[in-house]
Every structure is written in structure tokens, then in C-alpha cells.
Design a protein around this ligand. Structure first.
Ligand SMILES: Cc1ncc(COP(=O)(O)O)c(C=O)c1O
Length: 471
């Protein structure tokens, strides 16, 4: 209860937080031990009823007594990211320091875009960006900002690239002559950003890819000719490290060299793969990123923070400030030496969550090496799973994995892959995803939970064989 003035009753907070911490800890413990099923969502209307959402939102009624069972039901209907059989999506299984960062942020609520509105959180974001820029191998003057997710990060980068290519676009609008070079397989947020920036989706000039949907560097010249023939000039070229569907990396060195030769802004979407920069064993996958003009890096994927915490990074941070030409007089003091203490001129958001705190605490507790060890364990397990799957009759992998994403299938029938995924989910034993690569349907696993093991994958393959045999 708050008292009638709205002030906190501290004992209430302590009681609810204790219930929540105990329940969340149990949730992770039983998930990572695989003691419970991986779960499967009931039909949406049923879930709304089970959680009494409609009556609770209209009439209220939760109190410390009813909270505990209600929270149990809520958690029972939540995805268990720490579960060994949860291999569907790229969302990280959060680590303890980031989870605790969110607990504290929930109380102190530091919307830290302006230094004075959240000094410690603001300072942590600055240091996180500085550290990430160093990891990219960029010189002094590099920098960026944290934002709510990789999609918004791609939009922000492309806005900066638009400002560089067409400085008047902010005031005058775009003239229809700009283009972004990217493969069909680029994350959908790139195409969406191009449309949102007023270039029109047709401004995306497709890059040729190989059978694994990696950009073919030798065909870039032809794409540039197509771009020019269409009366357009390139504003940026987007490569992936790694690609969402396949987990494979584009050849950043060759693509970067092409961009430098033709003076094209080189953007690397490293939302998933940038964390490999921390690993001496895997950083070669990103060789060439040091020459990029920009990159994005999602910490809520392989750095194990809660969603969302994405970085927009530019080799020359001034080009990011050129992206947003607006002034909000009540927040940004023109010609004031306070301007350095605001992030508003670098980001879409006004109020922003304390994203840097999650990242900072994970790195400060685990160390770069600790995070690298996690990534290395997940990448090498995925390699082992590739061997196991390849050794089974009837199974096939798309390619040797380069990350913790692996595409495989049982037989070649596309409908069978879809059916298998749905049946596995219905049985509540395994949660996989599925994707199309080069027009072919694959099952897809993203190995993010530390608890996922060879035994998990053997069990998955057995279950697939059984389901397929049963028709
Ligand atoms: C390569 C790539 N870029 C961008 C994104 C978008 O990131 P977010 O989901 O944080 O918006 C993803 C997410 O899956 C991704 O894999």
C-alpha cells in the first residue's frame, strides 16, 4: 500500500520485491535444470482469462497475498530463456548483474538522456560506448549512443548516412536519388528504415548473394552499375556480422575495401555478432569492421543483458550529431558548454531507459573474458551440434556454423519442417524457430542458454525422428 499521499510504504516494497525475487530465482533454477517443460503458449484469449487481466485492469484487486500465486501463473506463461530446450530466438538468457540492474532501475527510474536527469546512468552509457568503440578498433573521435534495439539502431545509422549524403534532406526532404545497397537477406529493419527515411523501399539495391546468402564481393561492381543506371547514388552499403537467418558472416574486409574505393558509407549490422570481438578465438569473424563507417551491436543478444540495449556506433561521432538537426530549446542549450552533457542530438528517443547500466554491470562483474567465455562456449557447442546433426541419417545442416545460430532440416519437404516445429512446440518439449534461406525452408536453432547440451540436441533429434515417422 502507498499511504494516501502516494508516498511509498517501504515495507510493501520489501515484501513484494522479496516475493518477486524468490519467484524469479525459482523460475531460473527450474528452467536451467530442465525440471519443467519448455512450455507452449495457450490461445491468447485463454491466457487473458487465466491471468484475470481484464478484471484486474478494470477493478484492480492485486495485493501482497494474491500477488504470489498470480506471479506464479504469469511466470508459467512466460518463455523460459534459461531452459536447455529453448533454442528458438536470439534473445539472450540474461545474466545476474543485468537482471539486478533492472531491479534497481525499476526503483530509481533514471531517464538519462540528459546528464542531470540520471548522472550515474548517463556516465555508464558514455563509458560503455567508449569501450565498444575501442573494441571495434576505431580511432579517437569514434562514438555513438545506446538505443532501444537493433532496429532503431539501424534506423539511426541510416539517418546519419542520409545526412552525410544529402545534408539538406532534414529541411528539404529527400530528392529520390539516394540508394542503399543491401542483400535481400538483410534484417528487415534495414529495408523498413529506408522506407521510413522517405527514400522509398525501391531505393534498396539488392546485392548478389551466394547459396548461404552471404554477399558476393566480386559482384558489388555490377550492383553499383545497376544503382547508377537507375539514376541513384549510394548512401550506404549494409553487410551483416552475422546474418539473422543463417548466423553466417559477410566478408567485411573485401566489402569494406570496395566501399573505400568507391567512397560509399560502409555499415556493418553486427547486432548479433559484435560480441565476438571480445573473444580472441572468434574476433577474426569480424575482420574488416575496423574500416567500417558505422556498426550496430545488440547487448541483449550475446552480452546477456535484458532487452533492450543496442549500440549505434560511428567511426566519426560527429556524423551522428549531424543526423538530427533539431533543437528542443527547453532541453538543449544552444551555444552552451552544457551541450556535451546531452545525448538528445544523437538519438531518436527523448526519455530513454538506463540501457548502459545493464551492459556496464554485466561487463564489470564478468569481465570481458567472462563474456567471451560465454560466447565461446555457445559457439563451440553449436559446432558440436552441427557434427551430431550431420551424423544422423535423414538430417542435413545448411552449413558449418560460425556462431550460435544453426539451420538444419529433416528431409527436404518444406511443409514437414513447419509441421515438426509446431508439433515440438505443442508437445512443450522443444522451442525451435524456422527460416527460409535461398527459397528453402529450414529449422533454425539459436543456442543462447548455457544449459543447452549435447543431450538436449540428441533428445531433439530423437523427437523429430519419432514425429516424422508417425506422420
Ligand atoms: C542482424 C540483426 N539486425 C538487427 C536486428 C534487430 O534487432 P532488435 O530486435 O534489437 O530490434 C536483429 C534481430 O534479430 C538482427 O539479427
Amino acid at each position: 500500500m502507498t499511504d494516501s499521499s502516494g508516498r511509498w510504504e517501504i515495507a510493501e516494497y520489501e515484501r513484494l520485491a522479496a516475493i518477486a525475487i524468490a519467484a524469479a530465482a525459482r523460475f531460473v533454477a527450474e528452467s536451467q535444470a530442465g525440471d519443467v517443460s519448455v512450455g507452449s503458449p495457450p490461445p491468447l484469449p485463454e491466457l487473458i482469462d487465466n491471468l484475470r487481466l481484464r478484471s484486474l485492469i478494470r477493478e484492480g484487486g492485486l495485493d501482497p497475498e494474491s500477488f504470489e500465486p498470480w506471479l506464479g501463473e504469469m511466470l508459467a506463461n512466460s518463455v523460459r530463456l534459461h531452459h536447455p530446450a529453448q533454442v528458438a530466438h536470439q534473445v539472450g538468457a540474461p545474466d545476474v548483474p543485468a537482471a539486478v540492474a533492472d531491479l534497481v532501475q525499476g526503483v530509481i527510474n533514471q531517464p538519462m538522456s540528459i546528464y542531470e536527469m540520471g548522472p550515474a546512468a548517463h556516465a555508464m552509457e558514455r563509458v560503455v560506448i567508449e569501450w565498444m568503440s575501442e573494441k571495434l578498433g576505431w580511432p579517437d573521435g569514434a562514438g555513438g549512443v545506446l538505443t532501444h534495439g537493433g532496429s532503431l539502431a539501424n534506423l539511426t545509422v541510416l539517418l546519419a548516412a542520409r545526412a552525410a549524403a544529402a545534408p539538406d534532406a532534414w529541411v528539404e526532404g529527400v530528392d529520390g536519388a539516394l540508394a542503399v545497397l543491401a542483400p535481400q537477406s538483410t534484417h528487415y529493419s534495414v529495408r523498413r528504415s529506408v522506407a521510413m527515411l522517405g527514400l522509398g523501399e525501391r531505393a534498396v539495391v539488392d546485392l548478389e548473394v551466394d547459396e548461404y546468402e552471404r554477399i558476393v564481393p566480386g559482384a558489388l561492381g555490377e550492383a553499383l552499375e545497376r544503382c547508377h543506371a537507375a539514376g541513384r547514388r549510394p548512401m550506404a552499403l549494409v553487410a551483416a556480422a552475422c546474418a539473422t537467418s543463417t548466423g553466417l558472416h559477410d566478408d567485411l574486409e573485401a566489402i569494406g575495401a570496395f566501399c573505400r574505393r568507391h567512397d560509399i558509407w560502409f555499415h556493418v549490422d553486427a547486432a548479433h555478432g559484435a560480441t565476438a570481438l571480445l573473444s580472441p578465438a572468434h574476433r577474426h569473424l569480424l575482420r574488416g569492421i575496423e574500416h567500417a563507417d558505422s556498426a550496430i551491436w545488440d547487448a541483449h543478444k550475446m552480452m546477456r543483458t535484458s532487452a533492450l540495449a543496442a549500440a549505434v556506433l560511428l567511426r566519426d561521432a560527429r556524423r551522428l550529431e549531424a543526423a538530427f538537426k533539431q533543437k528542443a530549446a527547453y532541453l538543449i542549450y544552444e551555444d552552451s558548454d552544457e551541450t556535451g552533457l546531452s545525448l538528445l542530438e544523437r538519438q531518436v528517443e527523448c526519455t530513454k531507459a538506463a540501457l548502459g547500466t545493464r551492459i556496464f554491470l554485466n561487463v564489470a562483474f564478468r569481465g570481458e573474458q567472462g563474456i567471451a567465455r560465454y560466447l565461446e562456449a555457445q559457439y563451440s557447442k553449436t559446432l558440436r551440434f552441427w557434427e551430431l546433426i550431420g551424423a544422423r541419417d535423414g538430417f542435413e545442416c545448411l552449413s558449418r556454423p560460425e556462431s550460435n545460430i544453426l539451420c538444419f532440416r529433416y528431409g527436404h519437404d518444406p511443409d514437414l519442417q513447419v509441421r515438426l516445429r509446431e508439433q515440438l512446440l505443442r508437445e512443450e518439449r522443444f522451442h525451435l524457430s524456422s527460416t527460409e534461406v535461398n527459397g528453402e525452408r529450414w529449422l533454425r536453432m539459436t543456442v543462447t542458454a548455457p544449459a543447452t547440451s549435447e543431450e538436449t540436441v540428441e533428445g531433439l533429434l530423437d523427437a523429430i525422428e519419432k514425429l516424422a515417422a508417425a506422420g
